[in-house]
Ligand binder design. Sequence first.
Ligand code: GLY
Length: 356
Amino acid sequence: MTTIAVNGPSPYEVVIDHDLNAGIAKHAKATGADKVMVVHQPAIAEPAAELAEQLRAEGLYVVVEEVPDAEAGKQVETPIRLWDRLGEENFSRTDAIVGLGGGAVTDMAGFVAATWMRGIKVIQVPTTLLAMVDAAVGGKTGINTSAGKNLVGAFHEPSAVFIDLQRLRTLPAQEIVAGSAEIIKTGFILDPVIIERYEQDPAACIDPEGFLPELIARSVAVKAKVVGEDLKEAGLRETLNYGHTFGHAVELRENYRWRHGNAVAVGMMFIAQLSYAQGLIDADVVALHERILRNIGLPTTYEPGHFDELYQAMTRDKKNRHGNLRFVALTGVGNTTRLEGPSVENLRAAYDVISS
Ligand code: GLY
């Protein structure tokens, strides 16, 4: 078992191990809850029922709520339904919610927990690689509205996060590859050993029996350090957006049909090229990005001919200040800097390279 402490206003632990249901149930009981709502996606109804059984065996009253898959589950109708159910079941301030699923579920379950009675406990049990290494850790919760994704939300730290390595065996290979983009991102911003592992043996890095468990732990440790120091994204937490400015623009252009990790991979290639054009990194660091992303099957290029549209999307990025585009960039592996107001010529040049 690996346990990673997350400091901050409400410290908690991320537990990484196999077969965690008993540990989750014990933790839920120890929080002082009498009632627990388990929120899950349709595809994991069976694991949700097993977890519910274990929670009942601890003497807890359990309600199970299935929510629509992916971003559809983050429409405002979902929390409305869950708030209604919490009311019908008389959930009080001391009760708890378990978010069992991908990032959409952990974001939404966290949001419902943050808002019910101004905040009840949430236990996050991420089941996708992306949610394990990113969404479920750090207390960002939110839903989508017609104004955009995650514009309505709250910082609400979980009482614990449980990463069950057993789940990795059930994930499609493409999902492991896409989720790995966020692991690689944490390597580039803060943990060079992660990058070394991808250089050493790319296949082992996406193998649940290979380096993958170690990489998850390393990536969570990076995220824990960052959010422990800067929960509300006043500075350091912005570094977790490495590759995301261009990545979000690609996702928007693709109507969110691209996997998030694939968009982040292309976004990292874009910022690497831009950083090179700005004189921040050498060509070998750009080549390193290309090599490790490509070696595990992540995309490193994007279609030509869409610069203006992508540029427009980047101008709406939440990190921008006073009308200036603002990127998280590298000065080397493990060292970040802020790149503000790059010229449109350099932005276009970076795009031209990754789309040629
Ligand atoms: N996914 C970026 C963050 O948690 O801040």
